[in-house]
Design a protein around this ligand. Structure first.
Ligand SMILES: Cc1cc2nc3c(=O)[nH]c(=O)nc-3n(C[C@H](O)[C@H](O)[C@H](O)COP(=O)(O)O)c2cc1C
Length: 334
């Protein structure tokens, strides 16, 4: 039984935990979250102004992103010696209130697993390129599966070369469709600012390579540069492979399931980072309902696909990204 009780929580602890939370991945780096603190409770809310109205009208990806931030918040509190008690979606009348986290003092020493995972929060970055041929460490996939299950989601690996090829082809088809939709391309333009920007959100030119190597099969990247020649000079050595393709799936397709998928995603990414592995995300096909239904029916055993990822050892340097300051996303209530 857990031996903990409600406790006062220092401002530096809250601030540090929120700083760690916002390092989570979010679709187009929208950072669609807000945190409010009252006594020992930290509440996480979605920021609907940051939802992708065209690509993500339901807010599914917004909630996956917030779920990833929630995982970091939980982990950071544990690392600081506190025990987070999380209630997901505590008020049906306030759908943007995603979680109330009651912070309790923990009485158990911080485990080495928490230490190892926590150390990856800063190291984790999204990858947008190929992977090196180095073999993925034995047991990693089993570890990722377990990690996802512990958070209420599941990992389906595209082991069959045809399934992997089909996922790449569906990503290509989705990219093609979205490229021809003016509403979609304007939305990408809103979230992929030009290199002169002072913004601290969006996918910026420092975050994607100017050219991506052709992998086999090829999963196209999103067109953040929009023909402007933006992007960092790629430094890979030309041996880029596609990596391991996996789907992160859930049994249901509800806001609670999306939050669970987000927590599972971040926990998996932090586990992979412990072995110096990164993930590239290809969620274009999951934004087109017909393609998502096809992927669900044929590759997910009727579970709901939430993310498509390639995992491997990055070829070339990891690119960087930006975040809004904590003061922009956190309020302390009296
Ligand atoms: C739900 C979700 C969907 C995403 N889809 C894509 C994608 O299709 N293509 C891509 O390049 N990155 C994708 N990303 C990664 C984000 O762009 C990335 O997390 C963000 O730019 C912040 O960068 P960082 O992960 O390196 O911190 C996705 C992230 C999330 C959480």
């Amino acid at each position: 039984m857990r031996t903990s009780h409600r406790t006062a929580i220092g401002r530096d602890v809250v601030r540090g935990a929120v700083e760690d939370a916002v390092r989570a991945p979010s679709v187009h780096n929208t950072q669609p979250w807000r945190f409010s603190v009252r006594g020992p409770r930290i509440s996480l809310r979605a920021d609907p102004d940051r939802r992708l109205d065209v690509a993500d009208p339901q807010g599914r990806e917004m909630l996956i992103s917030c779920g990833a931030a929630l995982y970091n918040l939980r982990l950071s509190l544990r690392k600081r010696g506190y025990e987070p008690d999380v209630r997901l979606l505590p008020d049906a009348d306030r759908p943007h209130l995603l979680a109330d986290v009651e912070v309790q003092s923990g009485h158990e020493p911080v485990s080495s697993e928490v230490d190892r995972e926590y150390a990856q929060i800063e190291r984790r970055h999204s990858h947008r390129g190929g992977f090196r041929p180095d073999p993925v460490p034995t047991g990693l996939l089993a570890a990722l599966r377990l990690t996802a299950e512990q958070e209420g989601a599941r990992v389906v690996q595209a082991v069959d070369v045809h399934v992997k090829g089909a996922l790449a082809a569906l990503t290509d088809a989705a990219e093609h469709i979205q490229h021809r939709m003016p509403a979609y391309t304007s939305e990408i333009a809103r979230w992929a600012p030009s290199p002169t920007t002072a913004r601290k959100d969006g996918v910026q030119h420092v975050s994607y390579p100017r050219r991506t190597p052709k992998t086999e099969p090829h999963f196209p990247q999103r067109d953040f540069a929009r023909g402007q020649g933006w992007g960092a000079e790629p430094k890979d050595d030309g041996t880029a492979l596609a990596g391991i393709a996996v789907l992160l799936v859930t049994a249901e397709d509800t806001p609670a399931a999306w939050l669970r998928a987000g927590q599972a995603l971040e926990r998996m990414l932090l586990r992979a980072a412990q072995d110096d592995l990164s993930a590239a995300y290809h969620t274009q096909a999951l934004e087109i309902p017909e393609l998502r239904a096809f992927i669900r029916k044929h590759f997910c055993g009727d579970a709901y696909p939430q993310m498509i990822l390639r995992i491997g050892m990055p070829a070339g340097e990891e690119l960087t990204t930006v975040r809004r300051p904590v003061a922009d996303v956190m309020i302390e209530e009296p």
